[in-house]
Design a protein around this ligand. Sequence first.
Ligand code: GCO
Length: 480
Amino acid sequence: MASAARQTGSDPRAARVFPRNFLWGSATASYQIEGAASEDGRTPSIWDTYARTPGRVRNGDTGDIATDHYHRWREDVALMADLGLGAYRFSLAWTRIQPTGRGPAVQKGLDFYKRLVDELLDKGIRPVATLYHWDLPQELEDAGGWPERATAERFAEYAAIAADALGDRVRTWTTLNEPWCSAFLGYGSGVHAPGRTDPVAALRAAHHLNLAHGLAVEAVRERAAADAQCSVTLNIHHVRPLTGSEGDADAVRRIDALANRVFTGPMLQGAYPEDLLKDTAGLTDWSFVQDGDLERIHRPLDFLGVNYYTPTVVSEADGSGTHTSDGHGRSDHSPWPGADRVAFHQPPGDRTAMGWAVDPTGLYDLLRRLSADFPDLPLIITENGAAFDDYADPEGNVNDPDRIAYLRGHLAAVHQAVKDGSDVRGYFLWSLLDNFEWAHGYGKRFGAVYVDYPTGTRIPKASARWYSEVARTGVLPATD
Ligand code: GCO
C-alpha cells in the first residue's frame, strides 16, 4: 500500500471515486464451489480424478461436496444481493452439461445454470459466465486432452450448447480461465490436473486452448444476443527482473513469452511471438499449428479479463537451479518449457497464506502495460484477492484485517491506473466464498464469506462488509 502510494504519487488519505458504471463483483468456479459431484448426470472431470488420486491434493480433499453451492445457490445469490454486488462471475461445469464431453446436453445441468442466472437477474446482478475453469471431461482427457486438436473442436460444440441455452440471459461470456494454468501446470509441471509432465504436451495444449478460445468466441457470437460481450481471462504475469543486468532482462523476456504472449500473441495480434518459437525450437517445430488456426484464434474481443495476485521476479541462471519459487507449487518438472536458465525469486513484502507477496504496484504496472500494448481493449479485473488464516471467533465473527488491507491497496492501484488512462471497467474479488483451492484443498481461504465446511454455514467476513460498502458507493474510502 505504502509503496503503491509512493509509486503512483497518490494520497492514501484521500477517498477515491471510481467511474460511474464501474462493475463491482465477486468470482467463483464450478469445481471449487458446487459439490454434487455425481448428481443429475454429472460425470468426473480431470479435477475429480486428480483430487481422488492419493498425494495430489493436500489432506486428500476433493470437490465432492465443496461449499455445496449446487444446493445452496439461492442462499449464495441472496448473500451477493445483501452485499450489493453488481455482478457475479461463475463457471459452467462442462461435465454437468455434456458428461462425456460430446453429444447432446443434459437438460438438468442446463436447468441448474438457467435457474442460477434467472435468480441473479432477478436480483439485479449481472451474470458473467466462464465456459471453462479447468474441469475438462475425463473422457476427453482419456482421448488425449488439450494436447490434442479434437479437444478444441469438442469445446466449440460445448460452447454452442451453452450459448444456445443461456444466450438469451447471459450477456457477458468468458471462454477460458487462465489457460496458462491449464496448459503449463496441467501438462508441464503436473501440479494441476491432469498431472502430466511433458513440456511438448504443454505447448501443444497451449495452442489447442488458443484454438478452443477462438472457436468458442465464434460459436457464442453466432448464438448469443447481438449485444453479448466475449472475453477471455488470462493470469497475465507481471514479470520483473531481479537486477538491471542484460541476462535478467532476457529472463523476463522468456518468461513473459511463455506466460503471457503465448496467449495474447495469437488471440489479440494473430501470431505467435517469434522469440517464443525460437526459445522452444529445441522442443518442437510447432507444426501442430495448422493453416487457418491463427485467423480463427484472432477474434475481436469486447474486453480482456485480467487475474492478478502477486508479481513474478526472475533472473538469469546457470540451469542448475530450481523453478519452485515461482509461486505455482512444487514439482520436479518445470512449467516453463525451454526456460531452464531462469531462476525465480520471492518478491519482497508481506505474504498471504499462499506465501505470495503483497504488492499492488504489480497490478498498477500490469494494467498500464496492457493499456499501452492494447490501447483499444477494455480491461476487467476478473480475479484479485488473498488467502489468510481466517477463523470464526467465539461470537461467530470473522475478522480479516489483512484481507481488507490487501483489497484496499489493490483497489487504490486500480484507481490510479484508471486515473492515468487505463480503460478498466470492473473488478471481481476472488472469491465470494471460501472454497476448494485446487492442490491446496480447503486449507486456503480466499473468500469474502467464510464457509464452515462441516455445516456449510456462510459467515460474511469483515472484508465482505468493507467490500460491500465500496461496491455500493463506488468509493474507496480514505484510510483515516
Ligand atoms: C485462478 C484460479 C482460482 C484460484 C485463485 C487463487 O483462476 O487462478 O482461477 O480458481 O482459486 O486464483 O489461487
